[in-house]
Design a protein around this ligand. Structure first.
Ligand code: ADP
Ligand code: ZN
Length: 736
């Protein structure tokens, strides 16, 4: 043994090594030395040097058998952050999700540390107070600051500057003069915790059975999946609130996942009327400061209830005791970029790992969940009718082949007549069309030129409010020209087909005295304006609401009794294996907005195919017929949940490279009789943002480990280099 080896083994005896996971696109952990005097265990959040940078990382494991020769080459952990360690349960979830989705472990970890440099104890905010003499040189700006601070109280520095309409430089000047003093602001007090006994409602007899089941499941506290299956307006929210109340009593945290957090204003208020305070929110619109504060509160166990978008699933709860997935069937739970995960499915995984109960709530469960309930894997808790005796809406089809609107119009005479009657009765009507903008296509009457995106395989959508033609895939937009760019004809451009903006024009012409409002995601400037518009509707200050799927979800508009679906067939013909299911869910949800409070709700479906099984099931309010039919068809074709799917999406800047790569990859697919590899085929959306796209679809039998198969295959295949990109999507929801 030479000298250097001896010193290395000496170091091994006295130095601990840890393997840390870094929140970047890497799978493997890296080893670092633990400096003397630092205590580290798995889950601790640390800072480590990585290349030239200092990065955040999480201790994944102690390295018990480090190679002594590496020792001197390893770097030291630089610091341990003062935050609670990530629990084993969350680390297992990160490993599990990474393994299942084939996403880099570091990228999954990143979702748990969603606050980057803001990690760690909150820095104190500085405030200013008026303490001294008015300075000799008194500018108008200084005068205004002194006026604002004349109460002698401590004001936030930037707030004071804003209120006085000056820059913070003016305030600094007054501090230098001794007129103002700088003091640390007291920390905002955490809100009082939700009170489980604050205002418990009286439940109907039907609800009581469900409430008992909710309380039992929460009290039991072990892994258990329940489907809360209740028609729209049956009180699912009130009922699952009782599971939350029970969980609060047990001193544990609850997470409520929502598909569309921007729309939860009403929900927050309802929560507050039940529990006395609003729950903590988690979504992408939070300011960095609020994010950091909420993250801290959640990990310290100071946030008993969190309501959030799918990303809230990955937060480091100190003691999670219950998960509720509201509108579990919603497509928005699938993340379609970065880590391709389905938040509902991963929520069940988290509940399983953490050994806690989970409630999936829906009026129109996904076929996957419905099958799990039928097979007894999930407990079904039913709310079969509306609370307060309200009837479910009556649904009628309007056969557009027989009752066509007049040329250039989209509202049939019968629907228009019904809307008129509703308005005369001082009720609201909702016109639903799941298409943003004014018209999906613009063409030149003279030469037939169609306006398409320059970098996507898509038509440009006419947006009249913004006065631009817009690509819905990449955001490209251009002003609507006055002449055709192809043949130079003037005044020759025509809008083809309807979007919500065009419907508003038609509604204004048909019902000149009615107040209309368009609700569409592209018209929302902020969550706050959205919430206030929804309030206006709820308060009855709008007669006709014209909206996209944004209005379908969860809202309670007491005066809304009529829903007209302008194009019920819209979602049926897109080649998606879940097209029928999606149409069923969306139309049930949107018609379910009608008749929730008083009077009878009614829904009209304008359709070209009233004999389609989905339309027939909707009109007959025959839920059983829909699921029977759909489940049988999935079983026959071995689509989920009776078989499994995965997609590989290959894209490149030019068509030939994308196709070539896809073909070489396809040729290397490992042979296995349990898997079928379909394609490569050009994607239905063949070009997005100038990238050419090819898809491979994998279909396997039910119990097959598709992730493992994919891993093996991708490892065998060519490596995507340069401009090529290979995306793996296990359990795809989108097939575009
Ligand atoms: P769902 O989520 O099933 O569509 P909601 O939970 O939104 O139904 O309930 C529909 C309406 O009925 C809401 O306004 C809700 O406040 C009310 N409601 C439901 N159950 C009760 C109850 N037990 N007591 C009072 N109001 C209730
Ligand atoms: Zn585009």
């Amino acid at each position: 043994m030479d000298h250097s080896a001896r010193s290395a083994s000496f170091a091994a005896a006295s130095t601990r090594i840890v393997d840390v996971l870094v929140p970047v696109a890497l799978n493997q952990t890296y080893s670092y030395r633990v400096p003397r005097g630092m205590e580290l265990k798995a889950g601790d959040v640390v800072g480590v040097p990585l290349g030239p940078r200092e990065v955040l990382a999480v201790v994944w494991a102690e390295n018990a058998n480090p190679d002594p020769r590496l020792h001197n080459r390893l770097k030291d952990v630089s610091e341990k952050l003062d935050v609670p360690p990530l629990k084993g349960e969350l680390r297992s979830l990160v490993d599990w999700v990474s393994n299942y989705t084939l996403s880099a472990r570091g990228m999954v970890l990143r979702m748990t540390l969603r606050m980057g440099e803001n990690l760690g104890p909150e820095r104190a905010r500085m405030g200013v107070r008026l303490v001294g003499q008015v300075p000799k040189r008194l500018t108008p700006a200084r005068r205004r600051v002194i006026d604002v601070l004349s109460d002698g109280l401590l004001h936030g520095k930037s707030e004071a500057a804003k209120e006085a309409g000056v820059t913070t430089g003016v305030i600094d000047g007054l501090v230098d003069e001794g007129t103002l003093s700088v003091e640390a602001m007291p920390r905002a007090l955490p809100p009082p915790p939700p009170d489980p006994g604050y205002a418990q409602p009286e439940f109907s007899r039907q609800q009581r059975t469900a409430v008992d089941a909710m309380r039992a499941l929460a009290a039991n506290g072990s892994f258990h999946v329940a489907l809360l299956d209740g028609v729209t307006g049956s009180g699912k929210t009130e009922v699952y609130f009782e599971a939350i109340a029970e969980t609060i009593r047990r001193g544990k945290q609850s997470l409520i996942l929502m598909p569309e957090i921007a729309l939860t204003g009403q929900f927050l208020d309802r929560f507050a009327s039940r529990f006395g305070v609003r729950p903590m929110e988690w979504h992408s619109e939070l300011t960095p400061r609020t994010r950091a504060r909420n993250w801290g509160a959640i990990s310290a166990g100071e946030a008993p209830v969190v309501v959030g978008a799918r990303s809230a699933l990955f937060l480091p709860y100190a003691d999670l005791g219950l998960i509720v997935v509201d509108e579990e069937h919603d497509q928005a739970y699938k993340q379609e970029d970065g880590v391709h995960y389905h938040a509902r499915d991963m929520a069940v995984v988290r509940a399983h790992i953490a050994k806690i109960p989970i409630v999936l709530a829906s009026a129109t469960p996904s076929v996957e969940t419905e099958v799990n309930a039928r097979k007894g894997r999930y407990q079904r808790i039913v709310l079969p009718s509306r609370f307060g005796g309200q009837h479910m809406p009556h649904i009628e089809a309007i056969d557009l082949r027989r009752e066509a609107p007049s040329r250039g119009r989209f509202i049939s005479p019968r629907l228009a007549g019904e809307i008129n009657t509703a308005i005369e009765r001082r009720e609201q009507a909702l016109l639903f069309l799941n298409r943003r903008g004014y018209a999906p296509l613009t063409l030149c009457r003279a030469c037939g030129h169609r306006f398409a995106c320059t970098i996507c395989d898509a038509w440009l959508v006419d947006h009249r409010f913004r006065q631009r033609l817009v690509c819905h895939h990449c955001g490209f937009s251009m002003p609507r020209p006055s002449a055709c760019p192809n043949c130079a004809a003037e005044e020759s451009l025509v809008a083809v087909g309807p979007g919500v903006e065009r419907l508003q024009e038609e509604a204004a012409a048909l019902f000149p005295n009615a107040r209309t409002m368009v609700l569409s995601s592209d018209l929302i400037t902020s969550i706050e304006t959205m919430r206030s518009e929804l309030n206006e509707i709820a308060e009855g200050r709008v007669d006709i609401i014209i909206g996209t799927q944004l209005v379908a979800k969860g809202h309670h508009f007491p005066r809304l009794n009529l829903v007209g679906v302008v194009d019920a067939d819209l979602g049926l013909g897109n080649g998606d294996p879940r097209a029928a299911e999606r149409t069923w869910q969306l139309l049930n949800q949107v018609i379910g907005r009608a008749g929730r409070d008083q009077g009878r709700g009614v829904g009209y479906l304008q359709t070209h195919q009233p004999e389609h099984p989905v339309m027939k099931a909707l009109v007959a309010c025959d839920r059983e017929a829909f699921y029977e039919n759909e489940i049988a068809s999935r079983e026959r074709t071995l689509y989920p949940p009776f078989g499994r799917l995965a997609s590989l999406i290959i894209s490149a800047g030019d068509r030939a490279s994308a196709e070539g790569f896809a073909r070489r990859l396809a040729a290397l697919a490992p042979r296995d009789e349990r898997v079928q590899v379909l394609g490569p085929a050009e994607a239905p959306l063949a070009v997005i943002k100038g990238r050419y796209r090819f898809r491979l679809l994998l279909k396997s039998v039910r119990g097959f480990d598709l992730s493992d198969y994919l891993r093996e295959w991708v490892a065998l295949g060519p490596k995507p280099k340069g401009n090529l990109k290979l995306e793996v999507d296990v359990d795809p929801q989108s097939f575009l």
